[in-house]
Write a protein of this length. Structure first.
Length: 757
C-alpha cells in the first residue's frame, strides 16, 4: 500500500500527464520559486499552453474565526492564494457550491474536512470566515471571505494540500520582478510536449527583464508526477517528498521477507517429511500415482498459504484499529485497496504453490525400500540444500539487524546533535500581527510576571521547524550572495543561548535605531572573508541609514541534519518582516505544565478566541524528522518479521535433523556421550554456518548503510560493535532455538530411540 501510495503520486488528477511545474535554470543553479510577472509571462506566452496557475507555497497559517453555534471560534489555517484556473487543471470534486467561485475576489474554496471542522453538519456555502489580521499576503485587505464552494479532500499522494484556496489579488506583487515566492503550474494542450513549450518560450522571452540574473537563463518543465521523488523539502513543509532509494529499499525488504517465508515454508514441509513419508509410501503401494500425491501436497501448501494471508489481513486490521500503523502515510483502509487485496491473495496462492512444489516432489521421489530404511534425509545433497536455505535467512537477518541499528543510531544522533542553541527550556508560541502590534508590551510583561519565565524574544519564523527558510540576496564587496535570513529581536541570542564569537551582543537600542544590522554565521565570514563593521547592500537597505555586519555567531543548525547550512545571517531591526514567533525561556527546574497554563492565560487575556499552540523543541524535532521516524518504524517491523521467520526456519531444520539423527543420538548416548556433548554436536554446524554468513552479510550491510548515510550532512559514525552485536543476536537466538528443540532428542531414552529406528 505504501509503495503504491508513493509511486501513484498525482494519479488522482485526470490531467496529471499534461500538468508541469516550471523551473528557472541558469548556468549555476535552478529554482522552481519564481517572481509573479515571470509566471504571468510563462502562462500567457504560448498557444501550446492550455491554462496555468500560480501558487504561493509560503502562504502562512492565518488567524481566522467563524461564527458557529452562536459563538466565535478561532482557528489557525493556511490560506493559499492562486489563480482561479487552478480548478480547471486539478481535480476539485465539489461537494457544495461551484468551483468557479474563485473568480469572485471575496470568495474561497474550502475542503470538506475543514467545512465539517468549522460548521459541523451545516451547509458551508455562503458562510463567512473572518480574517482577524485583515491582510492576506498576495491578496490584500479583507475583513472576511465567503465560502463559495466545498471540495472533497484530496488524497495524501498529491502536492495540493487540503487547505483554503482563494484568488490572488491583482495589485499584489503584480509588477515585482525581485520577489521570488511562487510556483508556476501549466497544463499543456493535448499532444504538446514539454520540449516544444520550453523551446518556444526560451527563444522568445527577454530574460534581461530578470535583471538580477547573471549568465544564461532558460525554463524547463517538470511533470508533477515526478516532483515527489525530487524530495525538495524533506521536512514536508513546502512540498511533499520521498526518497526513491527508501522506496526501493522497502520493495527489497518486502521481497526478502517473502523469500524467507518461502524458504521456511519449504523447510517446514521438508521437516514434516519423516512424519509423513510412510503414509505417502502406503498410498503409493495402494495405487495412488506420484502425480496425484504431488498435486494433493501442493494444494495443501496453497491452502495453508492462503489461510496465512487471511490471518495477516486480520492482524493488519487490528493494528490499524489500534493506530499502530500510523507511520504509514498511505490510506490503509481495505475498502480503498480491493484490487490490491485480490492481487496479494493470488500471490499467496502462488507462494504456496512454489514453496510446496519441491517438498511434494521430494517426498514422493524415493523408493519404498529406501524410505523404510529412513536414511534418505541424511544424503549429502539434502544436507547441502538445507545449509543453503538456512544461510540465506541468516544473511538477510543480519543485514536487516545492522541496517535497523544504524537507522536508530542516525535518528538518535540527529536528535541529540549540538544544534548551537538551547532546546530544553524554550517554549514557542506563534501569534498574529493583530495581537502583537497592539499588545506586545502587555504580552511580554504578563509572561515575565510568572517567576519561572526568564525572558521572551521574537523572530519571523519558527526556527528549527523546517529545512528551508527565507533567503535574501546580499551584496558584499561587488559580489552577490544568496543567504538564509533570520529576522530576530535584539535579545534573541541571549534567550536562545547562541554565542556571538566576534563583535558585541546586540542591544535594545539597535532594534530601535535606523541601521539594518547583520550577524553572520562564522562559516559565512570565512567563506566571503567578511569583517565586523563591513557594509552590506540589500535591495531595501536604502530605507536605512546603513546596513552592516555587527558581528558573527557560532554556526547554528536550524535545519535538520539532512542539510548543513553555512550561508546564513541573523537580521536585527528588519522593519519589513513581521516577527510574530515568540520564544519563552523557562528557568531550569520549572514546572512546564504550570508554565503552559500561564502562557495560555496570557494569550486568552489578549484574545479569548485565539487558538494558542505552545510547542517545545522535542515535538518540533519529532515533526522535522518524521520521514526518518517512519522509515525506522517500517524497517524495524520488517526486520522483526524477518528474524521471526528465520527462527521458524531454524526450528524446522533442527526438528528435521533431530528426527533423522535420532538413532545416531541414541547410539552416542549408549556409548557414553553426555547431553552437553550431544547438544554441542547439534549446535556446532549452525555456529559454522552463522560465522560464514556473517562474513558475507557485513560488506553488503556496510555498503547499504554508507549509501543511505550519504543523504545526511550530519551522520553517525559507523561503529564496529553494531556488526558484532548483530552476530551475537543471531548466534544467541539460533543456539537457544537449537538447544530448546534438541533437548528432547538428547534426553529421551536411547534404548527407545534405537528400537524405534
Amino acid at each position: 500500500m505504501q509503495i503504491r501510495f508513493e509511486s501513484g503520486f498525482e494519479s488522482c488528477h485526470p490531467n496529471a500527464s499534461r500538468i508541469y511545474r516550471v523551473e528557472l535554470v541558469t548556468d549555476n543553479w535552478s529554482t522552481p520559486i519564481l517572481v509573479r510577472p515571470f509566471v504571468y509571462s510563462i502562462i500567457h506566452a504560448s498557444p501550446l499552453i492550455e491554462t496555468g496557475t500560480i501558487l504561493n507555497p509560503y502562504s502562512p497559517n492565518m488567524y481566522i474565526t467563524v461564527d458557529a453555534d452562536n459563538k466565535e471560534t478561532g482557528f489557525k489555517e493556511q490560506i493559499m492564494t492562486c489563480y482561479p484556473e487552478i480548478t480547471d487543471m486539478f481535480n476539485f470534486q465539489m461537494v457544495e457550491g461551484n468551483k468557479n467561485c474563485l473568480k469572485e475576489n471575496n470568495q474561497l474554496l474550502l475542503p470538506e474536512s475543514l467545512a465539517r471542522k468549522f460548521f459541523g453538519k451545516e451547509p458551508a456555502v455562503g458562510k463567512q470566515i473572518n480574517i482577524k489580521d485583515g491582510n492576506i499576503w498576495t491578496k490584500g485587505e479583507y475583513k472576511y471571505l465567503v465560502v463559495g464552494g466545498v471540495y472533497k479532500d484530496f488524497p495524501g499522494n498529491t502536492q495540493l494540500n487540503n487547505t483554503i484556496y482563494t484568488a490572488m489579488g491583482d495589485d499584489r506583487t503584480k509588477d515585482d520582478w525581485n520577489s521570488s515566492n511562487y510556483y508556476c503550474y501549466v497544463m499543456l494542450k493535448p499532444g504538446v510536449t514539454p520540449r516544444q513549450v520550453e523551446e518556444n518560450f526560451n527563444s522568445s522571452f527577454d530574460f534581461k527583464q530578470l535583471n538580477w540574473l547573471e549568465g544564461n537563463a532558460s525554463i524547463t518543465l517538470k511533470s508533477i508526477s515526478s516532483l515527489y521523488y525530487l524530495n525538495e523539502s524533506p521536512d514536508g513543509q513546502i512540498m511533499k517528498g520521498g526518497d526513491r532509494q527508501t522506496t526501493y529499499l522497502l520493495i527489497g525488504i518486502a521481497f526478502l521477507v517473502i523469500v524467507i517465508a518461502c524458504i521456511n515454508f519449504t523447510n517446514i514441509y521438508l521437516a514434516l517429511v519423516p512424519i509423513r513419508i510412510r503414509s505417502i509410501n502406503t498410498q503409493k503401494v495402494l495405487g495412488n500415482s506420484n502425480s496425484h500425491l504431488r498435486l494433493t501436497l501442493v494444494a495443501e501448501a496453497m491452502l495453508t498459504a492462503f489461510l496465512a494471508y487471511l490471518l495477516s489481513l486480520a492482524i493488519v486490521f487490528n493494528l490499524q484499529e489500534f493506530h499502530m500503523l500510523d507511520f504509514v502515510k498511505a490510506d490503509i483502509r481495505f475498502s480503498s485497496h480491493v484490487p490490491l487485496l485480490i492481487e496479494v491473495g493470488m500471490l499467496s496462492l502462488l507462494v504456496g504453490m512454489i514453496a510446496g512444489s519441491y517438498p511434494s516432489f521430494y517426498a514422493t521421489s524415493f523408493a519404498p525400500a529406501l524410505v523404510l530404511k529412513g536414511s534418505f534425509g541424511l544424503s549429502h545433497a539434502g544436507r547441502k540444500l538445507r545449509a543453503v536455505l538456512i544461510s540465506i535467512q541468516f544473511i538477510i537477518s543480519m543485514i536487516l539487524i545492522i541496517c535497523t541499528s544504524f537507522v536508530y543510531l542516525q535518528n538518535h544522533y540527529m536528535r541529540h546533535t549540538n544544534h548551537g542553541f538551547d532546546t530544553d527550556q524554550i517554549a514557542v508560541v506563534e501569534l498574529e500581527y493583530s495581537l502583537l502590534s497592539k499588545h506586545k508590551d502587555a504580552y511580554v510583561e504578563q509572561l515575565k510576571s510568572y517567576p519561572e519565565i526568564e525572558d521572551v524574544c521574537f523572530s519571523s519564523q519558527i526556527m528549527g521547524e523546517r529545512d528551508g527558510y527565507m533567503t535574501w540576496s546580499l551584496g558584499y564587496k561587488e559580489q552577490r550572495y544568496t543567504v538564509e535570513a533570520y529576522p530576530v529581536s535584539w535579545n534573541f541570542f541571549k534567550v536562545m543561548g547562541i554565542k556571538v564569537v566576534e563583535g558585541n551582543m546586540p542591544t535594545e537600542a539597535d532594534e530601535k535605531g535606523n541601521d539594518l544590522i547583520f550577524y553572520g554565521f562564522k562559516s559565512l565570514q570565512e567563506a566571503i572573508h567578511a569583517e565586523t563593521g563591513d557594509q552590506v547592500e540589500r535591495t531595501f537597505s536604502k530605507s536605512y541609514d546603513r546596513a552592516y555586519f555587527a558581528g558573527f555567531t557560532e554556526n547554528v543548525q536550524f535545519s535538520s541534519a539532512r542539510l548543513k547550512k553555512e550561508a546564513a545571517v541573523f537580521v536585527i531591526n528588519d522593519k519589513h518582516n513581521y516577527k510574530g514567533v515568540s520564544y519563552i525561556r523557562l528557568k531550569k527546574g520549572a514546572d512546564f505544565g504550570q508554565a503552559v497554563k500561564h502562557i495560555q492565560q496570557v494569550v486568552a487575556n489578549i484574545d479569548p478566541s485565539y487558538p494558542t499552540d505552545i510547542k517545545f523543541y522535542d515535538k518540533i524535532f519529532d515533526h522535522l524528522y518524521q520521514q526518518e521516524e517512519n522509515m525506522k518504524q517500517m524497517i524495524t517491523l520488517f526486520s522483526a518479521l524477518a528474524i521471526l521467520l528465520s527462527l521458524v526456519g531454524v526450528f524446522s531444520l533442527v526438528m528435521f535433523e533431530a528426527a533423522y539423527r535420532r538413532k545416531e543420538i541414541g547410539i552416542r548416548r549408549v556409548m557414553g556421550s553426555s547431553i552437553q556433548e550431544i547438544l554441542m554436536l547439534l549446535s556446532k554446524t549452525y555456529i559454522y554456518i552463522i560465522l560464514a554468513c556473517f562474513v558475507i552479510a557485513v560488506p553488503i550491510a556496510y555498503y547499504g548503510v554508507s549509501k543511505w548515510l550519504e543523504n545526511f550532512a550530519v551522520k553517525t559514525p559507523i561503529y564496529l560493535w553494531v556488526y558484532l552485536a548483530a552476530l551475537a543476536i543471531v548466534l544467541l537466538v539460533t543456539l537457544a532455538t537449537v538447544v530448546f528443540q534438541s533437548w528432547r532428542a538428547a534426553t529421551c531414552n536411547p534404548v527407545d530411540s534405537i528400537r524405534n529406528e
